[in-house]
Design a protein around this ligand. Structure first.
Ligand SMILES: NC(=O)c1ccc[n+]([C@@H]2O[C@H](COP(=O)([O-])OP(=O)(O)OC[C@H]3O[C@@H](n4cnc5c(N)ncnc54)[C@H](O)[C@@H]3O)[C@@H](O)[C@H]2O)c1
Length: 379
């Protein structure tokens, strides 16, 4: 079967997230990397594209050129990933969808709720997918958590505790580093910093695993490094649709916690605990019983966790494989759409444009709450 054509905007040489996309997209052989405009600098964009193996005529100096030329080709791209800084996501994703391309947009999907709602509308109107790269939901053991919640192993979910707190923004001397600076500049990052950079992943994961939306929040934003215009620490309480009590701590100041993404889910009849730095293990404690360690790759796991697994038990998988699972979901979905078939239900677990929009609504409510002394704000 012919591979699907894939293009990348942003994610150039030295970028934080480009490699994970370039590697994850092609691991399962569904996509082939054929076009890109990967750098804000036109010369570097062309050179880096060619160094990555793109043909000269498909290694573009900017995304507008890529869009104009790609939309007129007979062999069209099947998916375009947008991995540029936040301020550009709405414009670029919208333009590609309107030209008839499916999009995988980096998080945060947009800067404002209005832009997010606009992308939901554009996706509906054009029939193009606008997925959002909450790539960590691709980990097999995160999918196992969702399956266990779905089938009722935990009973009703009482409490979910989501954390994404690391030391990646803790060095005050780093404030002028261009890769850090834009994240605290409201004109480039949006209404929040660590909340949209990191916390948003943990929040989405809480929604993904529990199958619930957030309905209200109370947030305390802090500026550990005083010169920053946006928060580098956020402790929030939230409530979910079915009454679940939620807690989020996200921070860039937590030196020593390296990546620091964890999720704990406590129900009436059991608790689950997962941490991204040991992603192949999941702690499961049924009520009044000893804790069990579930290992990725085990044949006792759910269909969703087994589908997300590639390598046998004991050989660790990591972040690029988690991203690859989103690409596999999208590849399966796009192929089914092209052939007029129904996609595999599990392929539909990739984060959707509605998920991206819900996250921005939560962040907006958190910003409003933090500005007003942590009062409870409806989402
Ligand atoms: N899903 C994740 O786990 C994850 C992790 C890190 C970053 N991100 C997101 O990915 C996006 C990029 O973050 P990053 O950390 O890689 O940033 P970065 O600053 O390290 O890299 C940005 C890249 O985009 C290029 N670029 C900038 N503007 C461009 C434009 N208009 N056209 C083409 N290329 C352009 C830059 O030259 C650079 O190569 C952000 O939205 C960020 O929130 C997501």
């Amino acid at each position: 079967m012919k591979k699907l054509g894939w293009g990348l905007v942003g994610g150039g040489e030295g970028s934080q997230i480009g490699f994970a996309h370039r590697a994850g997209s092609v691991i399962d052989g569904k996509f082939q990397f054929v076009a890109g405009a990967m750098d804000i600098d036109p010369k570097r964009a062309v050179e880096f594209g060619m160094a990555q193996g793109l043909d000269k005529d498909r290694s573009y100096s900017d995304w507008q050129e890529m869009l104009e030329k790609e939309k007129n080709r007979d062999e069209r791209l099947h998916l375009v990933t947008v991995a540029t800084p936040n301020v550009t996501h709405h414009t670029i994703s919208k333009a590609f969808m309107e030209a008839g391309f499916h999009v995988l947009c980096e998080k945060p999907m947009t800067m404002t709720v209005e832009e997010a709602k606009d992308l939901v509308e554009v996706s509906k109107k054009t029939g193009q997918i606008c997925a959002v790269n909450y790539g960590y939901t691709g980990y097999p053991m995160v999918r196992q958590m969702r399956s266990m919640v779905d089938i009722g192993d935990l009973g009703a979910i009482r409490v979910v505790v989501a954390e994404f707190a690391g030391g990646f923004m803790a060095d005050a001397k780093d404030a002028e580093n261009p890769r850090v600076r834009w994240r605290f500049d409201p004109t480039q990052a949006g209404m929040a910093a660590v909340t949209v950079d990191c916390g948003i992943h943990a929040l989405h994961m809480a929604c993904f695993v529990t199958g619930q939306k957030v309905v209200s929040v109370s947030s305390d934003f802090g500026h550990g490094i005083k010169s920053r215009q946006l928060e580098d620490d956020n402790l929030s309480a939230f409530r979910m649709r079915h009454g679940t009590i939620g807690r989020l701590w996200t921070s860039g100041l937590a030196i020593g916690r390296t990546h620091g993404l964890t999720l704990q889910v406590f129900g009436e009849t059991g608790g689950l605990r997962w941490t991204q730095e040991q992603p192949n293990q999941l702690f499961w404690t049924p009520l009044n019983q000893p804790t069990q360690l579930l290992e990725r790759g085990g044949n006792h796991l759910s269909k969703a966790a087994q589908r997300a697994n590639r390598i046998t038990l004991g050989h660790p998988e990591g972040m690029v494989m988690a991203f690859a699972n989103l690409y596999r979901d999208l590849g399966d979905t796009i192929t089914a759409m092209n052939e007029g078939n129904r996609p595999d239900e599990l392929a539909g677990w990739y984060p959707s444009v509605e998920d991206g929009c819900h996250s921005i609504e939560i962040v907006q409510a958190m910003v409003q709450s933090a500005k007003r002394g942590s009062i409870w704000v409806k989402v």
